[in-house]
Design a protein around this ligand. Structure first.
Ligand SMILES: [Ca+2]
Ligand SMILES: [Ca+2]
Ligand SMILES: [Ca+2]
Length: 265
């Protein structure tokens, strides 16, 4: 959040910053990837020119989430020059395999509203709009209280919420449903697929991989000598689990397959 404002936040484009170009990490000044956004949750007062007259900016307001609703609820780019507010620098330590993001507040001492940069949240994701969608109202993910009050806990709790089995509910691959799956016992070699080779015709792997249909694979595997298969009839929503029961001969190996649903195959 840009304090002192009503609901301005500093953030990248909704799709985030691409950290890798092939094997090359992104490093250096990344300020141009960051915008000054209006969250669209609270009407702007004239905080840049007459801060003392504002009633609902943090910290002039009497409490959090206090102010007139924004007549434009779209999360939108103010078009302001980010370098008048902050600069951002990304470094990469190849030995430790760690990125470090350093945000430095601009020198605004000569300006009426010198402002400050509140605590913030950083997420790693594969989604196009992980934190917000440009042009749409903010979602109920805690971003409003970060934008209006510089309060971090709600958005942090939302992104780190876990399901009943401890898996993260948000972001990255944990967001995708897993299809009904098939579990099976085998000898040394998988009867279902061989790495580097085409899918076996009639094995049901194509239907499983593309459509989340485990029935054909289940029937195919149970028809093979020395293989026992079990299937689930339901998929797995984020944070939940499925259980297979399968009888295993001594010395056999266990294998399973399920579709990562938000993919082609
Ligand atoms: Ca606003
Ligand atoms: Ca306010
Ligand atoms: Ca509000």
């Amino acid at each position: 959040m840009f304090a002192q404002s009503n609901d301005w936040v500093f953030a990248t484009q909704p799709q985030g910053i691409k950290l890798w170009d092939g094997d090359t990490p992104l490093t250096g000044d990344i300020s141009d990837n960051i915008n000054v956004w209006d969250a669209g949750t609270e009407a702007d007062e004239d905080f840049l020119n007459n801060f003392p007259s504002t009633q609902f900016t943090a910290p002039n307001q009497t409490g959090p989430n206090t102010g007139t609703p924004d007549s434009n609820t779209a999360f939108r780019n103010t078009g302001r020059n980010i370098r008048n507010y902050l600069t951002a620098y990304l470094a990469y330590d190849a030995a430790a395999r760690e990125f470090t993001l350093t945000i430095t507040k601009a020198d605004r001492e000569a300006l009426h509203n010198s402002g400050y940069v509140t605590p913030g949240i950083l997420v790693v994701h594969t989604q196009p709009n992980a934190l917000f969608e440009e042009g749409a109202p903010v979602r109920a993910n805690g971003l409003e209280s970060l934008a209006e009050d510089g309060w971090l806990q709600a958005i942090y709790d939302w992104y780190t919420e876990t399901g009943s089995t401890g898996a993260l509910l948000r972001l990255s691959s944990s967001y995708s449903v897993l299809s009904p799956g098939v579990a099976y016992t085998q000898g040394e070699q998988s009867p279902f697929f061989t790495r580097g080779e085409a899918v076996i015709a009639g094995s049901g792997l194509e239907e499983l991989a593309e459509d989340g249909n485990a029935d054909i694979a289940h029937e195919y595997l149970n028809g093979l000598d020395g293989v026992t298969a079990a299937k689930s009839n339901t998929g797995v929503p984020p944070g939940e689990s499925i259980t297979f029961e399968i009888d295993v001969e001594e010395g056999k190996r266990l294998n399973f397959a399920t579709m990562f649903v938000s993919t082609n195959d």
